[in-house]
Design a protein around this ligand. Sequence first.
Ligand code: ZN
Ligand code: ZN
Length: 124
Amino acid sequence: MSKSIMHQKDGTCYLCMMLKGDYDDHKITEEHHAVFGIANRNLAEHYGLKVYLCPEHHRTGKEAVHRNYKITKYLQEKAQVVFESKYPNESFREIFGKNFKLEDKPPEKKEIPKEPGFRFLEEE
Ligand SMILES: [Zn+2]
Ligand SMILES: [Zn+2]
């Protein structure tokens, strides 16, 4: 088992810390692979892309990573950022086949409407 490069297993919940600034020690924390899916779970294990979560943030609460897509995305993006700073010579995209960083997505094509006769208001 490899060590997490995102979070130390010390009783804290990663999401309690990040979302609420709560560094409390939890009786139970559960291991979560930040990038999951059949192939990626093993890769996440290999690279240490995992965090420890209280059961509420893992499975049962409204902000549980397995129930709340926003939280899923949040952890995936964090995982990629940590991965890229830890392994600057490796390509997250090539290894995981995905890019989770929002700011890297190509900008949407913006078409300037070309209506006939359309023009900005000008002074006559
Ligand atoms: Zn928590
Ligand atoms: Zn999980």
